[in-house]
Ligand binder design. Sequence first.
Ligand SMILES: CC(C)(COP(=O)(O)OP(=O)(O)OC[C@H]1O[C@@H](n2cnc3c(N)ncnc32)[C@H](O)[C@@H]1OP(=O)(O)O)[C@@H](O)C(=O)NCCC(=O)NCCS
Length: 172
Amino acid sequence: MQAKHPQESRTTLTDLVLPSETNPLNNLFGGELLARMDRAASIAARRHSRRIVVTASVNHVAFNKAVPLGSVVTVEAAVSRAFKSSMEIFIDVWVEDRESGNRTKANEAIYTFVAVDETGTPVSVPPLEPETELEKQRYDAALRRKQLSLVLAGKMKPQDATELKALFEDKI
Ligand SMILES: CC(C)(COP(=O)(O)OP(=O)(O)OC[C@H]1O[C@@H](n2cnc3c(N)ncnc32)[C@H](O)[C@@H]1OP(=O)(O)O)[C@@H](O)C(=O)NCCC(=O)NCCS
């Protein structure tokens, strides 16, 4: 399968924060942001694989800054590494200043999606070829995150993490 670049899966969703999407402090409700990130990541995974994709895990979420009611929020997602059937998606969340239009990074997250066929069975996805320095950093760190995610999910014993590393490092 021919390798793809992160740019080919990059997905940008921009939307407002409405009153029904806020918590009692009038900031964006965390679950609403998780849903927006899941949607953007799902589109990115689909663009990379051109298959049906499902969320396998949410590996990391940092709610660093509250996002006030009325904000314009942009969620940017792109595949940061592809394995056999799974893809790590890195998501950056930006908030736009109303007056200056400048964007500030508010949050980030990392999700794992798996490409499946019509029966829900995992299928292979194209490899990813990072281009920019940031894409390369995210790519390099993704294997350790996959190992950790599998160990935390109880799908891998910590001692088997080395085996997985050897398997995927052969393919770099
Ligand atoms: C995700 C799912 C397809 C994995 O199926 P599975 O039978 O566990 O398949 P496998 O064990 O072969 O795993 C498939 C891939 O997913 C990866 N994976 C599975 N669980 C993972 C986790 N918690 N973290 C990271 N990767 C994970 C495996 O490492 C494997 O990756 P690879 O093929 O790139 O090496 C299956 O668990 C599923 O359908 N889950 C429900 C998905 C869903 O409904 N999501 C919406 C949430 S409501």
